[in-house]
Design a protein around this ligand. Structure first.
Ligand SMILES: Cc1cc2nc3c(=O)[nH]c(=O)nc-3n(C[C@H](O)[C@H](O)[C@H](O)COP(=O)(O)OP(=O)(O)OC[C@H]3O[C@@H](n4cnc5c(N)ncnc54)[C@H](O)[C@@H]3O)c2cc1C
Length: 378
């Protein structure tokens, strides 16, 4: 019998497995595909970490700890996980993004600089913003390489003594109140505690979650710049940009010879993760092309490469970090609504604190399941 089983070894599950095994627990991590696969939410070689969290200042203590933990892990394991490029929040002065980002900087005394319109181009020439736009630059922001983070976490978990099963699908689970049995394609496993980090599949395995978690198809594309020197990591901070065409995010040249761009929510297509369309359409590309022409120095018309990914949205876009009602030995970490990866390091830590010590220093009120009525239709 295990002390704890973790279902799903993507961003959150691999971090949880690592932190639990680091504390000496006898743990099993189960992944339905191969470790580091590209069918869930944690692939594509880059994930933004920005500190001035416009979505709510409750996130700032978490993101500060996450940032510190990523740097610590880099040092301990001698692996490059986090590329510091600086991060930009861009929008009109009275936009949700700029108001929220400035508030977070002021309340937490975060180092930042504010640029107006094309002042930004003097420092970062690839950005060509209209005069009325504001940019909040946070020098400590940047991007994580999700595949490197997950591989590091799983390898170090195994070094800590964890069992890992890949290409093993969890079908179901049951609890007698004390002991939990997990039914999988590789047989049944018993455990005292269970952690669900199954991303877009969480609502499929645990029906109580199905109405509050909505998987959504996303597409990102890499466009080749005409002047690549202006899109390098030292000249092109990652960005989160609120414009009339939508909320866009993007990265400097890394992994491929192009800058990467995505639109939050993309075409707002609700999907079943097992049946998602992974073909790229003309509409996918044109949706990502529009801001390239309007707000940036020239890039190729056609992308070098495009990729499908999945958001798992909650009705209010805040995470779910809570025990499953009626099961105080089953913890759910899901609904990361397109902005979770940067937090994986702190989420792994806080889950291990909850499982081992029964508490965490962080206030998880915003992420409780109480805010939803389970099984209500949204
Ligand atoms: C295009 C895109 C861009 C993003 N950009 C950012 C960003 O810039 N910054 C940021 O912070 N966040 C970003 N996000 C969000 C972030 O990537 C996600 O919030 C995060 O990766 C979610 O991690 P997860 O562990 O919940 O899901 P996943 O990493 O998908 O992990 C879930 C795992 O569970 C496994 N699983 C599911 N069901 C079963 C089963 N029955 N049996 C066994 N295993 C199972 C899956 O195979 C999967 O590996 C982005 C997401 C996308 C799609």
């Amino acid at each position: 019998m295990y002390d704890c089983i973790v279902i799903g070894l993507g961003g959150m599950g691999s971090a949880s497995l690592f932190e639990l095994s680091s504390k000496g627990l006898d743990v099993l991590g189960i992944e339905q595909f191969e470790i580091g696969h590209d069918k869930g939410s944690s692939h594509g070689f880059s994930r933004i970490i920005r500190l001035a969290y416009y979505e709510g200042i409750e996130y700032v203590p978490l993101v500060l700890r996450a940032h510190a933990r990523w740097l610590q892990l880099e040092k301990i394991y001698n692996k490059r996980l986090l590329n510091i490029t600086g991060a930009l929040d861009i929008g009109l002065e009275n936009s949700e993004t700029i108001i929220g980002s400035r508030k977070a900087c002021e309340e937490f005394d975060l180092p930042h600089e504010i640029f107006r319109g094309n002042e930004l181009s003097e420092k970062f020439p690839a950005y060509l913003l209209p005069e009325e736009y504001f940019s909040v630059f946070q020098k400590d922001g940047g991007f994580l390489v999700p595949e490197s983070c997950i591989n590091m976490y799983v390898n170090e978990s195994i070094n800590n003594g964890a069992d890992v099963k890949q290409n093993c699908k969890v079908f179901n689970w049951e609890s007698d109140g004390n002991i939990i049995t997990v039914f999988t394609s590789d047989g049944n496993f018993k455990t005292k505690k269970l952690v669900f980090t199954a991303g877009a599949w969480t609502g499929i395995i645990e029906n109580k979650m199905s109405n509050i978690l909505t998987p959504e198809r996303q597409v990102v594309s890499w466009f080749k710049p005409v002047s690549p020197e202006n899109y390098n990591v030292d000249k092109f901070p990652v960005f989160n940009m609120e414009v009339p065409e939508g909320r866009y995010y993007g990265f400097p040249i890394h992994h491929y010879e192009g800058m990467k761009i995505g639109r939050y929510g993309h075409l707002e297509e609700k999907i079943n993760p097992d049946l998602i369309n992974r073909e790229i359409t003309k509409l996918d590309i044109s949706t990502l092309r529009v801001p390239m022409d309007k707000y940036f120095q020239s890039t190729s018309t056609e992308p070098l490469f495009s990729q499908v990914c999945i958001f798992t949205n909650t009705p209010d876009s805040h995470f779910v970090l809570d025990y499953l009602p009626g099961n105080d030995n089953v913890f759910i970490a899901s609904g990361f609504s397109g902005h979770g990866f940067k937090f994986a390091s702190v989420i792994g830590e806080l889950i291990s604190d909850l499982i081992v010590d029964g508490g965490t220093e962080f206030d998880l009120g915003l992420f409780s399941l109480d805010r939803f009525k389970l099984n209500k239709t949204y």
